[in-house]
Design a binder for this molecule. Structure first.
Ligand SMILES: O=P(O)(O)OC[C@@H](O)[C@H]1O[C@@H](OP(=O)(O)O)[C@@H](O)[C@@H](O)[C@@H]1O
Ligand SMILES: [Mg+2]
Ligand SMILES: [Zn+2]
Length: 185
């Protein structure tokens, strides 16, 4: 059996994108998102985070730093009744940096790799799923993976005309999206 998922971009959707956030001291949940995530789980969706973390390739922080922050985020959410089903990240950048993570990959959005891996591992029906992001690359990655619904929110980077054209809908934040998303259960 497959189930639908809500794919969530991290920076600009879950937390304020102050630029390459790598420590819990700098991780600020956007108002209302934890409640919104809880509501989406109750509607029957899996919740899967898909995040580009080129700060690793750029040498701004290490993969261990990312994992430490991710564990903190995961526990902060679990404490508030939200269990994430999956967290996928891309540590690469095609040109920036000088270490092993500086490489062309198939996981950095707008490539669909993280979505396809999640779909395999978590038995996700991509056509019935949603991607909620703040950038054109989020919409393009979802499109390339065959995610049925592409949503932009205004809590991150400025929404461009290109982004608006690719998205099915634009909401002020994840809160309004969760209020409008259909029940699966
Ligand atoms: O929004 P998600 O995918 O969760 O994460 C994005 C971050 O890793 C950073 O990605 C960078 O893009 P580049 O990776 O430098 O193109 C910039 O957008 C930063 O402001 C942002 O903090
Ligand atoms: Mg983002
Ligand atoms: Zn990658």
């Amino acid at each position: 059996m497959t189930t639908a998922a809500i794919f969530l971009d991290r920076d600009g959707v879950i937390n304020q994108d102050t630029g390459y956030v790598s420590h819990s001291d700098d991780f600020i949940f956007i108002d209302g998102v934890i409640g919104a995530m809880k509501q989406l789980k109750q509607k029957g969706y899996q919740l899967v985070v898909v995040t580009n973390q080129s700060g690793i390739a750029r040498g701004l922080f290490s993969e261990d730093d990312f994992i430490r922050l991710t564990e903190w985020m995961d526990w902060s959410l679990a404490d508030r009744g939200v269990d994430l089903d999956g967290i996928y990240f891309c540590p690469h950048h095609p040109t920036e940096g000088s270490g092993p993570e500086t490489q062309v990959c198939d996981c950095r959005k707008p490539a669909p790799g993280m979505f396809l891996e999640a779909a395999q591992e978590l038995n996700i029906n991509l056509a019935d799923s949603y991607m909620v992001g703040d950038k054109v690359s989020d919409m393009k990655a979802a499109e390339a993976a065959g995610v049925g619904h592409k949503i932009l929110v205004r809590t991150g980077k400025d929404i461009t005309a290109e982004g608006e054209a690719l998205a099915e809908a634009v909401y002020p934040s994840l809160v309004e999206f969760a209020q409008n998303a259909a029940d699966l259960t």
